[in-house]
Design a protein around this ligand. Structure first.
Ligand code: ARG
Length: 450
């Protein structure tokens, strides 16, 4: 492509080192779409005849079909997807193909392709997130009223329901969707026409190109447009955080699967056995999900690191943006799909949840609240309940069976009424709190949304 200036062929090792076709071939559909829009603008500018446009349009569509069918031979010597397609087009249609790169550089081309690619993938990943939300919602509904202990510091805290616990993840995923939608909005800007870095002396209708490609606007600074990779960083961050959420869900499920918790039973289809220990049923999907989150974070850091030291404008380092991007997309898509399937099939072991939630210490806060309602200041109530808990622990008498009245005169025999899980949950009616009615109305709200 640049033979005029050079007397020697590019060294074999340099080709091997610098090629991106082995991975950026994935951009082919967007490269073709971008080129067709560019060629149409060339017609308007009087650079390409209607007939030449027909050849370019048809040639590019045939190349696209060949790539899709697996009938296209990519050449490492042509470095990337852009040059592979352009060279093949010129080989197929001749002179009209050689005009395509007028008023364009691979710098605005790759920025355009990658934006289009990210936009499409954001839609796919968003759909995957919604599938997982639906799976969680389905399980939340099935176990809306199943009580279980909720933890802080992994120590039993207060009773909630399985429905409430699972809906917490639906909330997180909804924020992930919001971040992706926000990223999509910001990336939907057309860089085509920015050329290598300073636009072109040949003016094409940038707005027409943007409209054809579904971009909301055209970029306003050619130097920024060819060197900006913010949208990839944002996308990688949104995927990383989504991965972090999935990793936390995994950690919950791994704990819940253990004999010590025994709150959940994952299906045989979504667990694995041990080659040695016959009794094992391992939550590998959860563990791999937790493990893969490391890659998502690594990919984000890798991109940010590649960009941080770059002077304006395009530098070849930027080619390193694609593998982390592709890897995170592949990783997250599969992670979402397998988790949605696994969650749909999981069963909660309700007896074990209830048994764990029946620990009266979970209602120690409710006892303090009861004292407050009798007029005891909260700090004092906290201390009085603390004393009762200490006595329960040292005597081995469960808190709900202790004679509280001898601890302090603020306690009456009525105090024992707080030790009912049903009453305790039913009293949690504040917005966002886990009364079963609240959880059910949240489920109804989510069902209408999803
Ligand atoms: N393969 C390159 C990349 O992904 C395309 C842009 C190349 N531009 C250049 N001036 N070498 O970044």
């Amino acid at each position: 492509m640049w033979k005029g200036r050079f007397a020697q062929e590019t060294a074999e090792l340099v080709q091997q080192f610098g090629e991106s076709i082995s991975y950026d071939w994935r951009l082919y559909q967007h490269d073709v779409a971008g080129s067709i829009a560019h060629a149409r603008a060339q017609v308007k500018a009087g650079l390409l005849s209607a007939e030449e446009f027909q050849q370019v349009d048809q040639g590019l569509r045939e190349i696209e079909a060949d790539i899709t069918a697996g009938n296209f031979e990519f050449k490492t010597s042509l470095e990337d997807i852009h040059m592979n397609i352009e060279a093949e087009l010129t080989k197929r249609i001749g002179a009209a193909g050689a005009k395509l790169h007028t008023a364009r550089s691979r710098n605005d081309q790759v920025a355009t392709d990658t934006r289009l690619y990210c936009r499409a993938e954001i839609d796919v990943i968003s759909a995957g997130i919604q599938d997982l939300q639906r799976a969680l919602l389905d399980r939340a509904e099935a176990y809306a009223g199943t009580v279980l202990p909720a933890y802080t510091h992994l120590q039993r805290g207060q009773p909630v329901t399985v429905g409430h616990h699972l809906l917490a993840y639906v909330e997180m995923l909804q924020r992930d969707l919001g971040r992706l939608a926000d990223c999509r909005k910001r990336l939907n800007v057309s860089p085509l026409g920015s050329g290598a870095l300073a636009g072109s002396t040949i003016n094409l209708d940038r707005q027409q190109i943007a409209d054809e490609l579904g971009f909301d606007e055209v970029s306003r600074n050619s130097m920024d447009a060819v060197s900006d990779r913010d949208y990839i960083a944002e996308f990688l961050f949104a995927m990383s955080l989504c991965g972090v959420h999935l990793s936390r869900l995994s950690e919950d499920l791994i704990l819940w699967c253990s004999a010590e918790f025994g709150f959940v039973s994952l299906s045989d289809a979504h667990t694995t056995g041990s080659s040695l220990m016959p009794q094992k049923k391992n939550p590998d999907v959860c563990e791999i999900t937790r493990g893969k989150t490391g890659r998502l974070l690594g990919n984000l850091v890798s991109l940010l690191t590649a960009v941080k030291g770059l002077p304006l404008t395009y530098n070849r380092d930027l080619q390193e943006d694609k593998e982390p991007l592709f890897d995170s997309i592949d990783t997250l898509r599969l992670t979402l799909a397998v988790n949605a399937e696994m969650i749909s099939a999981m069963e909660i072991r309700e007896d074990n949840c209830r048994e764990a939630a029946s620990d009266p210490l979970l209602l120690a806060t409710d006892l303090a609240d009861w004292l407050v309602k009798q007029g005891v200041p909260f700090r004092h109530a906290h201390e009085l309940v603390g004393k009762a808990v200490a006595e329960s622990v040292s005597s081995g008498t469960p808190l709900d069976q202790l004679d509280l009245t001898h601890i302090d005169e603020a306690y009456t025999t009525e105090a024992g009424s707080v030790f009912s899980l049903e009453t305790a949950l039913a009293a949690r009616t504040n917005p966002g709190a886990p009364s079963i009615d609240n959880v059910r109305s949240e489920i109804a709200r989510w069902k209408a949304l999803l």
